[in-house]
Design a protein around this ligand. Structure first.
Ligand code: FES
Length: 87
């Protein structure tokens, strides 16, 4: 039997480039998503400083994998496919 209640680690780049190009909105979407689906204890959400990948941003790291060019549509797909599917 697999453990379906693992905690996902979600790290949002809060560097000025990623933040101004989309992560400012993405973080609100993520927080609303966590609240709406009662995932508070299952998602460890944190921010980090610029990692030098600005040209590919906005960047979000999920469980150690970096996802690039994340907009409001792709963040919802990312959350649905990588967090809710594990329920
Ligand atoms: S601001 Fe996000 S990688 Fe530079």
């Amino acid at each position: 039997m697999s453990d379906t209640k693992e905690t996902a680690e979600l790290a949002i780049c809060m560097g000025s480039s990623c933040f101004s190009r989309g992560n400012k909105h993405n973080i609100k979407i993520i927080k609303e998503y966590i609240d709406r689906h009662g995932l508070c204890g299952r998602v460890a959400l944190k921010g980090h400083l610029c990692e030098g990948l600005c040209k590919d941003g906005p960047n979000i790291t999920l469980n150690g994998e970096v996802f690039h060019s994340i907009d409001s549509a792709s963040i919802n797909v990312l959350l649905e496919e990588n967090i809710r599917k594990q329920e």
